[in-house]
Design a protein around this ligand. Structure first.
Ligand code: K1U
Ligand code: ZN
Length: 175
């Protein structure tokens, strides 16, 4: 298994649209294992293949406190949704940035499992939020794109400052 590199916003590869998985191969099994390991290592509750620069429709989610309830969704589709919910979201591609996003309160998802069988599941609360957040990644959308222009521009400024500080500390370490 391996810890994969998570693309950081505003990397343009985060805006690629992922393709459907045509067949559940050993490569897909390995991708899922590596994505789960990467998500656990980063203390996240979800990860989309897009975030590790693999543009195939695969997501992993584990919202349990014990990190032992992995959900794998291959070619996920939201087939029904209802209600409104607002939740403070985070993203492993944007560490340290959190903001409220409005989404559906309850979703019904259809997807393939690792055995290549279709299943349907109903989700609400944090699981529903996370499924919608991860499916957005597969569509090339990052949660900050739901925020106002003002908030997005403040986030850009914060990220630029952070990039500048990282660069200058690396330069001073190298003398
Ligand atoms: O897709 C990702 O970048 C993972 C992301 C999932 C997510 C968290 C919260 C709301 C929607 C989607 C994260 O895991 S962010 C980091 C995190 O561990 C976390 C943040 C807020 C609540 C719980 C966990
Ligand atoms: Zn994310």
């Amino acid at each position: 298994m391996a810890i994969l590199k998570i693309l950081q916003y505003p990397d343009e590869r985060l805006h690629k649209i992922a393709k459907a998985v045509p067949e559940i191969t050993q490569d897909i099994h390995l991708l899922v294992k590596n994505m789960a390991e990467t998500m656990y290592h980063a203390s996240g509750i979800g990860l989309a293949a897009t975030q590790v620069d693999v543009h195939q429709r695969v997501i992993v989610i584990d919202i349990s406190d014990t990190y032992d309830q992995l959900n794998v969704f291959i070619n996920p589709e939201i087939i029904a949704k209802t209600g409104d919910a607002e939740f403070r979201e985070g993203c492993l591609s944007l560490p340290g940035i959190f903001d409220k996003v409005k989404r559906a309160e309850l979703v019904i998802v259809r997807a393939l499992n690792l055995q290549g069988e279709y299943f349907e599941t109903q989700a609400e609360g944090l699981l529903a939020v996370c499924i919608q957040h991860e499916i957005d990644h597969l569509e090339g959308k990052v949660f900050v794109e739901y925020l106002s222009r003002l908030k997005q521009s403040r986030i850009q400024t914060k990220l630029k400052k952070r990039q500048y500080l990282t660069k200058s500390s690396v330069l001073s370490m190298n003398g």
